[in-house]
Design a protein around this ligand. Structure first.
Ligand code: SF4
Length: 259
């Protein structure tokens, strides 16, 4: 069972922010629409989206009015901070929100859901995944990428996409973590296009290998980052990872993330 704690947990707080931004973009549609709003107009639309999310929240009855008032203030300020950064980008149109995909990966059927897809001014689409926790470009790198979701979306929508990005929605640290680097805020670039075209077959080869191994029941006990990988896993007695010898020490940064 998950441990109980005060207030909403990190996942529920993240879902609230996702819901608010989806509602906002469903209403506003593109950067031009965002630009047409002054600060007060933007804040008012965001506040209405937060209020609607809170009203429909599955844990609405668990907390009192003061708690939700504080959440309303917090999420409104955070979403407005995020949207201020969206004004710094070249023009874009939001063409999909919470879109579902299916992907057959070397015989492994997968169902995926993308937070958002933008059409970029210089052509092609950008897939955005909001993160209210840590977001690192390195987590897409083979071998055995830590967070393969965006590379998987890229394979599912290969023909149209030109890049992927984590949208880090964190107080004081709102930013895009994109690949190819600069696809969000930079202009057109032949180098970025070439980088993207190189990454796709590399991701396909890596992820198809993992899918084939999964389908074949390949389950070698080989934690990618030693003790860091096993930190939150409760299967050590079952997999007997400790019988192979002591695991490498924990990565300090990941340990910090978890705190
Ligand atoms: S404890 Fe075992 S099953 Fe869990 S992550 Fe580590 S190696 Fe994998």
């Amino acid at each position: 069972m998950e441990e109980a704690g005060p207030g909403l947990d990190a996942r529920a707080r993240g879902e609230l922010v996702h819901g608010v931004l989806a509602k906002f973009w469903a209403r506003v549609g593109d950067q031009e629409g965002l630009r047409a709003l002054d600060d007060a107009g933007r804040q008012s639309l965001v506040a209405a989206a937060v209020a609607a999310e809170i009203e429909a929240h599955p844990h609405r009855a668990l907390f009192g009015a003061e708690f939700w008032r504080l959440e309303q203030t917090r999420v409104t300020a955070l979403a407005c901070e995020w949207l201020a950064g969206e004004l710094e980008r070249p023009p874009f149109t939001v063409v999909a929100l919470e879109e579902a995909f299916k992907l057959d990966l070397a015989g492994l059927p997968l169902r995926l859901r993308a937070d958002r897809i933008d059409r970029l001014a210089h052509g092609g689409e950008l897939l955005v995944d909001y993160k209210t926790g840590r977001a690192k470009r390195a987590s897409w790198e083979p071998p055995r990428p830590d967070e393969p979701q965006l590379p998987l979306y890229a394979l599912a929508r290969e023909a149209a996409l030109r890049g992927i990005a984590f949208g880090a929605v964190r107080k004081g640290e709102c930013a895009f973590e994109d690949f190819p680097k600069g696809i969000v805020c930079g202009g057109e670039s032949v180098e970025r296009e070439a980088e993207w075209r190189t990454a796709l077959p590399m991701w396909r080869a890596e992820l198809e290998t993992l899918a084939r191994e999964y389908l074949a029941g390949h389950a070698v006990v080989q934690p990618k980052d030693g003790a860091t990988t096993c930190r939150y896993c409760e299967l050590a007695l079952f997999c007997r990872v400790n019988e192979a010898g002591p695991l490498a020490a924990e990565d300090e940064e990941v340990a910090d993330d978890a705190s």
